[in-house]
Ligand binder design. Sequence first.
Ligand code: B12
Length: 523
Amino acid sequence: MPAKRVALIGFEDQPNLGIGYLAAVLTEHGFLVDVLDFRSGKETILERIAETEPLIVGLSLIFQYYTTDFADLVAFLRRHGVTSMICAGGHYPSLRSEDALRSMPGLDCVVRFEGEYTLLEMAQRLAAGEDWRDLPSIAYLADGAYVETPLRPLIADLDTLPVPRRPPAYDCLGIRSTSILASRGCPRGCSFCSIHRFYAIPAGRVRRTRSPGNVVEEMVQLYDNDDVRIFLFQDDDFSLMSRRDRAWASGFLDGLREAGLDDSVIWKMNCRADEVSEEVFADFKSAGLFLVYLGLESGNEEGLKTLNKHVTVEQNREAVETLKRIGLRYEFGFMLFDPSSTFDLVLENIRFLRSVCGDGSSAAPFCKMLPYAGTDVEETLRKEGRLRGDVRHPDYGFEDERLDAWFSYLSDVFHPWVLGKDSLLTHLRWAWFEMDILEHFYPDVENLTEYGRRLKTLTGWYNESFFRIVEGPAALAKAGWAGGYGLQSMRSAAERRRHWLEQELEGQRSGFFAQARGMGSRP
Ligand code: B12
């Protein structure tokens, strides 16, 4: 009798809830599941797999730009004699199954779309020594020929799923946080988003929501058993558009209040600008909502049309204004560059950003829209002959080639500002997260209001520096760089500015915490 073990490997920065659900379903049916962080390295993963000899090694490929790294891992495991079935799931392998199989030699199959019950049946078949090739929702190569089986419908009732397995809750200033999902799927057709197709292809209702009671029950469990006080909802869109959605939201708030969580936990959600209303969000705030991640995406009508957002610039602006009026903190997704970009439209985006967050209410991100596999925008760009790059770096050229040079200069300069765990933007966002924790859980700490004011000023300086770095070289870029004159001094000025902002942030932060500790309070 083979061991009933499965190993799941994925990117686990915050809890990877996809893996968490897969692991919970398998565990519920008697399998032992090892969850390994892909970043722990090939040797560590191999060691663990050699030790446990799982029936299946399952790869969670939800970020397509890890495809080549996962292909390396598969080759490495095979080279070192791993004979377990190796399969992959997630957005890219589901939407591009054949490409995934051909680009990852050694992979036995792809589990397409929602994977819980296909993976379970696969594990059961393997444990019983039975063939798996007629399972639904899989794809594989048979003697080099691509085969895919009919798709299983989406899980109709999310309440039937067990609570996902999670890594230990993350601790910041003594307060624990974790991720949670209230729904799956999004019916909107944003052209750049992988989610729209992912949930539209299999049969079943695209957007499914857990019952409010089921969500609150999980929160209570996490609160009671793991002392979790901060819940980060990862739903693509905490939808509030239909009457049914709003009834759900009010049921959720009632549930939080009945469970007594409304004044003991705080939570964050993601949504669109056209879902923000003063009444509903003020109510949310009174039940613990502390942060709203808004998918603004563009600050000009042309860009919003290209991204198929079906919102206007005015709605974007109004959503932010509403949150400010209520006193709710917000972060936002924004793609300064998209396939419709021209010099004027990028500068219009900057003017929009200055008008919404020039006051330091939130830090602006720097991003170019990327055409992920299976998205509408990828298809359009392919038809237009503008698609470039590869699976790891999907890309496109702008219609005006001078923009390519401008973007490339800016992304080079902004790399340490916005990318990675050590970037200035990440540090700023952390400082705000700490501020949220202090405000909600340590309100008696002295000088908090003053520290908040300083953070806001600093965020304003960060934003204004960012805007000027974009605006500065625009005329030069438009003139074909005119020999590059002035560029080097702009680059050095940007670097100096970043160093100064970093030092200022660190100085403010450590100064504040030193005095808070001096007072003997908990942080
Ligand atoms: C949470 C989240 C994050 C978290 C990461 C959480 C973590 N794992 O550490 C954070 C905030 C860090 C993040 C960052 C980014 N993210 Co993100 N993120 C999400 C989000 C909103 C939710 C993921 C989730 O919990 N899903 C719910 C679970 C239940 O579903 P699932 O993960 O898809 O898993 C199911 C199936 O896919 C399948 N499955 C998955 N894995 C496996 C494995 C096996 C073996 C099997 C059988 C099945 C299977 O079964 C699972 C259960 O049904 C998704 C959107 C989404 N709704 O999925 C975007 C998403 C994954 N992110 C995306 C992107 C682009 C990014 C960023 C690049 C954004 C940016 N510009 O910085 C970064 C990249 C981070 C990095 N690694 O470098 C894109 C990926 C696009 C693509 N095709 O590559 C998505 C799809 C959003 C989108 N709108 O397109 N993200």
